[in-house]
Design a protein around this ligand. Structure first.
Ligand code: AMP
Ligand code: ZN
Ligand code: FE
Ligand code: FE
Length: 281
């Protein structure tokens, strides 16, 4: 089995990259993809741990794209931590995150919630810092009792401390991934919030623009969902992928590899992704 969607402390997971990779090896996975949000900072440490533990590491990240409604995340696979078109763009996204975090801390202060940027950075460590870390800090300081409550009261869209952030257009993200020699896969397609027909049209358009795959085998999905997304991928010549979206303590209830207990992503999904990559280069 493999897991093609996991986060480390380089973004909003609670395990360090080496803890994550050795956990993957310990539970018997053959391969793991590191897909931190907007950053490749965890890769050097993860690579070393993968070599030491005899497990295959797929370097990657997860990008947020600009869509009119809902949320679109794009998983990028085989993206190395070296200069390149997408890698350069990530540097800009990090800078925008830093500014946004400062402004959110300001909004919270205006509402009488006292947290500092130093406390936020201590909570998050380095890498991609964002709302999950703000939420954890609000819990730690006793302003709310859970990460979910932090979002519901303060940080979710429409709440007093919400701020959007800089996002890539979907086709731009796919093109940048390809320009960097990587593949682009739509994560958890349900979060787009589109009905079946609109999703079909959207996926068709993005497949035309070069999208490589759809994430069908996802922790939260029922067997019926997984089958429906596999069929959707098949109709547009796309690969299917799978992963848990493990975040450690930041997403309680999701285990690496097995998700909510019923996830099992077969090795051959990775073989097909690699075949597509070879065909493209
Ligand atoms: P950011 O990239 O800083 O905007 O944070 C996005 C992350 O926050 C997502 O990947 C989710 O893990 C989490 N998140 C966003 N909205 C919510 C919500 N309404 N409830 C719980 N977690 C959320
Ligand atoms: Zn995340
Ligand atoms: Fe995501
Ligand atoms: Fe994710």
């Amino acid at each position: 089995m493999i897991d093609l969607h996991a986060h480390s402390r380089a973004s909003d997971g609670s395990d360090s990259p080496s803890e994550l990779v050795s956990l993957a090896a310990r539970i018997g996975l053959a391969a793991i993809a590191l897909t931190d949000h907007d950053t490749l900072e965890g890769l050097p440490e993860a690579k070393k741990a993968a070599e030491a533990n005899g497990i295959r590491l797929i370097p990657g990240c997860e990008l947020s794209c600009e869509v009119p409604e809902g949320t679109m995340h794009l998983l990028v696979y085989f993206l190395d931590d070296e200069p390149g078109p997408l890698q350069d763009r990530l540097v800009g996204l990090q800078a925008a995150r830093a500014t946004r975090n400062e402004r959110i801390v300001g909004l919270l202060a205006g509402a009488g919630v006292e947290i500092t940027l130093d406390e936020l950075l201590a909570e998050a460590g380095s890498g991609s810092v964002g709302r999950p870390h703000l939420a954890a800090l609000l819990v730690r300081k006793g302003y709310v009792s859970s990460i979910q409550e932090a979002f519901d009261v303060w940080l979710a869209k429409g709440r007093p401390a919400y701020l959007g952030r800089d996002r890539l257009a979907p086709t731009e993200a796919v093109e940048l991934a390809h320009a960097s020699g990587a593949l682009a896969v739509m994560a958890h397609p349900s979060t787009l919030g589109l009905g079946p027909e609109l999703l079909e049209t959207f996926v068709a358009g993005l497949a035309e623009a070069g999208l490589d795959g759809l994430e069908s085998d996802y922790s939260r999905y029922t067997p019926e969902d997984r089958r429906a997304y596999r069929d959707l991928a098949g109709r547009h010549g796309l690969c299917v992928t799978g992963g848990s979206d493990y975040h450690g303590t930041y997403k309680p209830g999701i285990s690496l590899g097995t998700g909510r207990g019923d996830l099992a992503v077969a090795d051959d999904l990775l073989d097909r992704l690699e075949a597509r990559r070879s065909a493209a280069t």
